[in-house]
Ligand binder design. Structure first.
Ligand SMILES: *Cc1c(COP(=O)(O)O)cnc(C)c1O
Length: 376
């Protein structure tokens, strides 16, 4: 596709090709280096990326994984969370947040979200604490930081750990500090569509604890620090060498990409301000990483059809909250338990947002949205 959006040109919801094209030579060289030294699992490029990403997060340690889900799973294991424990979290997220809890044998305990930011409502967290609660797991959803100070206060009061799911929020800022080190451990995803995406699966945990980092390295590699000697039951959760090489190239561009995402969001704010849509806003404590630009409207389904009919890509994040998923039926929740999350699921619509989106494309998206409200 060309970069200039003509009147009826299709606008993809996500355009990974546009991001890869200018990096292609550097990426080819990085992959060739991995092939030359045959370091396919972990290896020097992964080790270098870990150092670079730790610095990016202003964290002491980064441990690379084969996915964000694995990183979050191990993050909870480091806190010795397991059978019979409870972790308070949000039903309004990608399901992997809750998988990580379930994989340990613990139970996700949901509380509703805050209407303005789609994130865990700190005022509701304390009411969900029981003697079995071990941790609180907020998600920085769509790249917007959860309100961490009141969550941390609740954790201190009840002696709970805080684990950030930062899978969508690389470089997001909460009160002048990048997210990822507010809790004991946090997890990031490098799934291709994330703000920092590998060319395959990838993830990482970051922590300021040397002991946690060392145990995380062992757990991702079959529970061993010495080959063929296994101190505890572990996993094959290693990052591939090629992904470390690709991520090393891409990390250098992340700040510029985040700024470009901010600019896209700013343009949408301007162009959509006069529509009846509820637009996403940053809380005064936050700088979002703008992973997604999620608008809300009661007639979301019709608007979605209108955008699709006009070849404007859009998506739903997420159409069914986790407490209503079949996989979690055994938890015993029912419709109406978390009304803010359920309403968000009915009304949300994600518009295209990525660093390469041109102003002409942004204007066309906005024009198609405006048409909908003129015609309806
Ligand atoms: C993407 C994502 C994950 C999981 O990451 P993977 O790398 O796909 O395993 C976890 N939580 C959230 C909120 C995500 O968006």
């Amino acid at each position: 596709m060309t970069t200039n959006a003509g009147k009826n040109e299709a606008i993809p919801y996500l355009d990974l090709v546009a991001q890869m094209r200018p990096l292609r030579k550097e990426i080819d060289a990085a992959i060739a280096r991995t092939l030359d030294n045959c370091s396919f699992c972990l290896g020097p490029d992964v080790a270098q990326f870990e150092k670079d990403f730790a610095r990016f997060c202003a964290s002491e340690h980064c441990v690379a994984f084969n996915s964000g889900t694995s990183a979050l799973h191990v993050a909870l294991l480091l806190l010795n969370i397991g059978d019979g424990d409870e972790v308070i979290t949000t039903p309004s997220t990608f399901v992997a947040t809750s998988w990580a809890i379930s994989y340990t044998g613990a139970k996700p305990v949901y509380v509703d979200i805050d209407e303005a930011t789609f994130n865990l409502d700190p005022a509701l967290v304390e009411r969900a604490v029981t003697p079995r609660t071990k941790a609180v797991m907020p998600v920085h959803l769509y790249g917007h930081p959860a309100n961490l100070d009141p969550l941390l206060a609740a954790c201190r009061k009840h002696n709970l750990a805080l684990v950030e799911d930062a899978a969508q929020a690389h470089g997001a800022i909460y009160k002048n500090k990048v997210v990822g080190t507010f809790g004991a451990v946090s997890g990031f995803s490098f799934y291709p569509g994330k703000n920092l995406g590998a060319y395959g699966e990838g993830g990482a945990l970051v922590t300021n604890s040397g002991a946690f980092a060392a145990r995380a390295r062992a757990l991702r590699e079959h529970g061993s620090t010495q080959r063929y000697y296994h101190d505890e039951i572990g996993f094959n959760y290693r990052m591939e060498g090629i992904q470390g090489a690709v991520l090393g190239v891409k990390l250098k561009h992340l700040d510029a990409w985040t700024q470009a995402r901010r600019n896209v969001a700013h343009r949408y704010h301007q162009l959509l301000a006069s529509t009846p849509l509820q637009l996403p806003r940053e809380a005064d404590y936050a700088q979002s990483a703008w992973h997604l630009y999620v608008v809300r409207h009661p007639r979301r389904d019709e608007l979605k059809k209108h955008l699709e009919a006009n070849q404007v890509g859009c998506a739903l994040h997420y159409p069914l909250p986790l407490h209503l998923q079949k996989a979690y039926a055994h938890l015993g929740y029912k419709p109406g338990d978390f009304p803010v999350s359920e309403k968000a699921a009915r009304e949300c619509l994600s518009l295209p947002i990525y660093p390469e989106l041109t102003d002409a494309q942004i204007q066309r998206v906005a024009a198609v949205v405006q048409d909908f409200f003129k015609a309806h």
